[in-house]
Design a protein around this ligand. Structure first.
Ligand code: PGA
Length: 249
C-alpha cells in the first residue's frame, strides 16, 4: 500500500567526482523494490539526471524558495529544480530551520511552491534534545505538523520525515519505542486532518544517524516507511545495505 522509500540527503557534500557513487548505486540497486531517491547539491542535479535517466533512481533538491522567480540572490525555485531533474524536494530540514531561520510558516509556503511545480515535498519535523527532555516532543511535532503542511497535502505530493534534531549526524538514535511513538502519532494526525485514506497511503520516514548497522531494526518499527539518510548516503557501499534492509522489512 505504501512503497518504501530510501532517501539520501547529501547536504553540502559532493562535486563531480561524487557522481561515481550514483553510478555504483544504480548498478547495485537496479532490482530494488524500494523507491530510491538521492538529493545531491543542486549543482549536480542536471548531470545526476543524465546518469539516472534509464534507472530506478530519482533525484531531489534540498530546499527551494517559495516564489517562482524574482530578486532572491542565491535561491532556487521549485521549477528550476524540476527542470534540472528533481522529482522531490526536502523542505524544513532542521539545518535550514536553524541556519536560515526557517519557520514552519516558511516551510508551508515552500511546500505549496513545490506542489505547484509538480514536486513531492519531503517535509521534515523534529524536536531538539531540550524539548525531548522537557517532555514536549509530541507537542512540538504536532505544532510543526500543523503549520508546516498546507491544506492540499496528498500521499502523492507529500512525504513526512521525522528527524529528531539531536539524532542528526550525532550517531545517537532514539529507542525504537520513541520512534514508534512519534510515527504512530503522525499517522493519527494525518488521519484527523486529511482523512483515513490519505493517512494510510502517505509515507513516513525516520531520519537521524541511520546506518547499515541499525537500519533493519528501525525499518521494523511501527509506521516507519523508509529513511532519510545523511552521512550514510554519500557512499554507495553504505547506502546499499540500508536499501537492502528496507527491501527486506
Ligand atoms: P544523518 O543525517 O543520517 O547524517 O544523521 C540525516 C539528515 O539530516 O537527514
Amino acid at each position: 500500500m505504501r512503497q518504501k522509500l530510501a532517501a539520501g540527503n547529501w547536504k553540502m557534500n559532493g562535486t563531480g567526482a561524487a557522481l561515481a557513487e550514483l553510478e555504483a548505486l544504480i548498478q547495485t540497486q537496479s532490482a530494488a523494490k524500494s523507491e530510491i531517491l538521492i538529493c545531491p547539491p543542486a549543482t549536480l542535479l542536471s548531470r545526476a539526471a543524465d546518469i539516472a535517466s534509464e534507472s530506478n533512481l530519482s533525484l531531489g533538491g534540498q530546499d527551494c524558495h517559495a516564489a517562482s522567480s524574482g530578486a532572491h540572490t542565491g535561491d532556487l525555485s521549485a521549477q528550476m529544480l524540476k527542470e534540472a531533474g528533481a522529482t522531490s524536494v526536502i523542505l524544513g530540514h532542521s539545518e535550514r530551520r536553524a541556519d536560515h531561520n526557517e519557520t514552519s510558516e516558511t516551510v508551508a509556503a515552500k511546500a505549496a511552491a513545490a506542489w505547484g511545480a509538480g514536486l513531492t515535498a519531503i517535509v521534515c519535523l523534529g524536536e531538539t534534545l531540550a524539548e525531548r527532555e522537557a517532555g514536549d516532543t509530541l507537542q512540538i511535532i504536532g505544532a510543526q505538523f500543523a503549520t508546516s503542511l498546507p491544506d492540499g497535502a496528498t500521499a502523492k505530493n507529500t512525504v513526512i520525515a521525522y528527524e529528531p534534531v539531536w539524532a542528526i549526524g550525532t550517531g545517537k538514535v532514539p529507542s525504537l519505542a520513541q520512534i514508534a511513538e512519534v510515527h504512530d502519532f503522525l499517522r493519527a494526525e494525518l488521519s484527523t486532518r486529511f482523512g483515513a485514506e490519505m493517512a494510510a497511503t502517505t509515507r513516513l520516514l525516520y531520519g537521524g544517524s541511520v546506518k547499515p548497522g541499525n537500519a533493519s531494526d528501525i525499518f521494523t518499527t511501527s509506521n516507519v516507511d523508509g529513511a532519510l539518510v545523511g552521512g550514510a548516503s554519500l557512499k554507495a557501499e553504505d547506502f546499499s545495505p540500508i536499501i537492502a534492509a528496507l527491501d527486506a522489512s
